[in-house]
Ligand binder design. Sequence first.
Ligand SMILES: Nc1ncnc2c1ncn2[C@@H]1O[C@H](COP(=O)(O)OP(=O)(O)OP(=O)(O)O)[C@@H](O)[C@H]1O
Ligand SMILES: [Mg+2]
Length: 383
Amino acid sequence: MAPLNAEILGKLHAAFRPHAPIDNPDDFQGRESERERVETALITPGLHVVIFGERGAGKTSLANVATSKKNPIKVFCERGSSFSALCRSVLLKLSVNDPARLIYDARTQTIRSGGINLDLNSPTLSADDFRTLLPSGPTFIVVDEIDRIENIEVVHRLAELCKNLSTNRPDIKFVLIGVASTADEILRGHTSNVRNFRQIALERMTEAELSKIIAHGELVLGLQFDGIVKKRLVQVSDRLPYYVHLIAVSTAERALARGSQRVEVTDFELGLKAAARDCDAELSTTYEAAIPSVRESEIYRRIVWAVAEGDARVSPTAAITAKVNAIAKGEEDEPVTAQAVGAALKKLIKPERKQILTKEQNGLYRFSNPLMRGYVRLVRESR
Ligand SMILES: Nc1ncnc2c1ncn2[C@@H]1O[C@H](COP(=O)(O)OP(=O)(O)OP(=O)(O)O)[C@@H](O)[C@H]1O
Ligand SMILES: [Mg+2]
């Protein structure tokens, strides 16, 4: 493939950016009601926001766009983040924005404002200490990836701080973001605080929203994706915006390299292969561990493909067996019994097969990593 010139490459990465959240509101598609709910919460005194959903659903992008005119402070959590470390990160960023009021002394690791002098390394930095150093006007603080925090006490203190601020400083707003399926899961059972939080559950995107991402990219690049390419791209994406960007970027790149303004099926097929290679390495390692490439392992591959088919997020053994045999028939192979599928499923939830699947308490199977469905569809489509 001929290399693209820097200008076209720049446009390509402006149009589709699988590895970075959206920060320009003009690039943000769909999610109108979620965005509206975040924006109104941010002007409602005493209300904070918690955004939760699957990995790659678009949580950070939504927070970026909803706070884009508010000059927010953004901090990211790590596994070992402590409450004082998070307060410290926020205060340091505030001092950069307002160095005349908040004076940071790097040598002594202290921060000073008025008559208050705070030791930033103090492990006992409290919510009240933190509050006294906040600016006098409305302030927006986004704390992302709080699901990573291992110490549950840190999340409790964060929720308590939000409650404290709702009462004492209703113009200070927190937006807490994390991978979770409920707000309670993200606040680690701190339900007493839910009253002070607007909960924004970010589901997967609709097909119409995903099509808008492609249409926006077409506009930026002056390209036209063929109808069938758009349709297949949306289908394979498993309704995750991440996959649409990932496949669209490598597909569009191929059309541009041919010097064409039309994105055709052949570009898509080559683009899919490149996208599968560019995916998270963990996905390919797990997939390959689950499906060793020997003849008798066909059943494992077919099971994994079967679980990735259709819209259901969880599948019973009977449905998996039916799909496995439909795939086998398409490959002119013999059907297998439900017992054989059951035995293979038991192996696919084991560490030897990298636990590609998880068995839920009700006996249904799902992919352990929610991105795996999209990856498997990608691999299957690109064969
Ligand atoms: N509304 C949107 N319009 C267009 N693209 C989007 C939208 N939301 C998300 N994306 C794209 O989808 C991908 C994932 O988005 P983002 O990083 O915001 O997700 P996330 O939920 O924060 O992911 P993670 O769980 O990994 O932190 C990015 O490529 C981003 O550019
Ligand atoms: Mg994110």
